[in-house]
Design a protein around this ligand. Structure first.
Ligand SMILES: C[S@@+](CC[C@H](N)C(=O)[O-])C[C@H]1O[C@@H](n2cnc3c(N)ncnc32)[C@H](O)[C@@H]1O
Length: 241
């Protein structure tokens, strides 16, 4: 039994030659099915089909959604995520036991960023390897034709949930992921390079001074959601020089 964790970028057109070669060694794809019309599951099916691989869709266990804000709530959040991972491990173990062979997990973007697959696969206790894919921050940078940081400087990759704390802690160049909404009050003079649904037909980009472009971003976000049925966005936020 073997597992291959394969980054697939933002869809079939981002599958690297290395990942394509790995897919040819796999017997099937295991994918979490979050709901019947899961768009990311559909994207995984397209890739699997191209390599003649069956997709074993495993219903994703319910996750206990907890609010966050205080230390206690963060502990509750961590526990909810750990329980959810545990349930996923159990579900995947069953499939691996029944099927054996080499299973592929197709990870949206790159497995190193805000993705649980490696943590879950580690706990399966089987041999596994990991191959990279194109991540959302990489695609954002390419689309805007920018470098994510100044010469020899740093970029802080974070989540929308942590943004305020990170800015308060002194971060001035942040790549922000996992945002349900934009909360940029008081950052009017910062610069933003924003992108949603990157790599898809509904891709949209906006860049400028936050105070000037926030309205355009909110409108573009709403349009992307309406057209595609889902929206995922990522942005680089930089303090004024
Ligand atoms: C669960 S994380 C997965 C990240 C992924 N592993 C990667 O390498 O980009 C999902 C977040 O990634 C970003 N993201 C993923 N796909 C995106 C896309 N097509 N366009 C813009 N942002 C995207 C968004 O910030 C989204 O909330």
């Amino acid at each position: 039994m073997r597992v291959r964790v394969l980054g697939v970028g933002m869809g079939a057109h981002h599958v690297t030659a290395e990942v394509a070669e790995a897919l040819r060694t796999c017997d099937y794809v295991i994918a979490a099915a979050k709901s019947a019309d899961d768009d990311l599951l559909a994207a995984r099916r397209t890739i699997a089909d191209a390599y003649g691989l069956e997709v074993v869709a495993v219903p994703d266990p319910e996750r206990d959604r907890v609010s966050t804000g205080s230390t206690n709530e963060d502990a509750a959040y961590q526990r909810a995520v750990a329980d959810w991972h545990e349930a996923r491990v159990a579900a995947y173990e069953t499939v691996l036991r029944e099927r054996g062979g080499t299973a592929a997990f197709l990870v949206w973007g790159d497995p190193s960023l805000y993705d649980s697959t490696i943590r879950i696969v580690e706990r399966l206790g089987v041999d596994y390897d990991v191959l990279p894919g194109i991540s959302a921050p990489q695609l954002l940078a390419a689309r805007h034709r920018i470098v994510l940081h100044g010469v020899g400087m740093a970029v802080h990759v974070t989540t929308a949930r942590r943004l305020r704390d990170d800015i308060a802690a002194g971060q001035t160049n942040l790549c922000v992921m996992l945002g349900a909404r934009l909360d940029l009050d008081g950052l009017d003079d910062w610069s933003i390079w924003w992108g949603a649904n990157l790599g898809t037909v509904d891709e949209v980009l906006v860049a400028g001074r936050v105070g000037d472009v926030l309205g355009a971003i909110e409108a573009a976000r709403a349009t992307a959601k309406e057209t595609a049925g889902w929206v995922m966005d990522v942005y680089l936020l930089r303090a004024p020089a």
